[in-house]
Design a protein around this ligand. Structure first.
Ligand SMILES: [Zn+2]
Length: 156
């Protein structure tokens, strides 16, 4: 997978994308990536799709969701079979059959905390523009926020 500038890989594994989430012509097995920016799944495309649609590329980025988009990740345990990793996004979810889905849940949560904290936790920097005004009495410049002229004491 082609990484974006500044993006680094945190975790990768072979995974199978749930059948209901696959575009036509894309097979389920591929590679799941967790990076400092996103969760992505890259799969080999079928031969016809390579020729007609992908113009020679043999893999397709089927899923690419920024860490900010990911609401959370959970493990879905059915009555039979292996547990699945389920990644919830605002307009739905995607599910992967991957080894150690609990470890992926932990890694995704940590990546969100480290690389994509909720905006309410980001300190807000309030920049205040200081306006200089000239005193009507003595003509010296002072900050508007001062309220009084530092030179002669007149109200501004
Ligand atoms: Zn003054």
């Amino acid at each position: 997978m082609l990484l974006l500038p500044g993006e680094r890989t945190i975790r990768t594994a072979y995974a199978v994308l749930g059948a209901e989430f696959r575009p036509i012509g894309v097979r389920g097995p591929g590679v799941l990536y967790l990076t400092s920016q996103r969760l992505a799944f890259e799969a080999p495309a079928s031969r016809g799709r390579v020729r007609d649609y992908l113009k020679g590329r043999d893999t397709e980025l089927v899923v690419s969701r920024s860490l900010h988009e990911i609401v959370n990740a959970t493990v879905r345990r059915g009555r039979i079979g292996r547990p699945w990793l389920v990644v919830h996004v605002p307009n739905g979810r995607v599910a992967f059959d991957v080894l150690e889905p609990e470890a992926w849940v932990g890694a995704i949560a940590q990546a969100k905390r480290v690389f994509a904290p909720p905006t309410s936790e980001v300190p807000t920097i309030i920049e205040r523009q200081v306006v200089k005004i000239r005193c009507r009495y003595c003509g010296s410049l002072s900050n508007e926020v001062d309220g009084r002229c530092p030179n002669c004491g007149a109200a501004l």
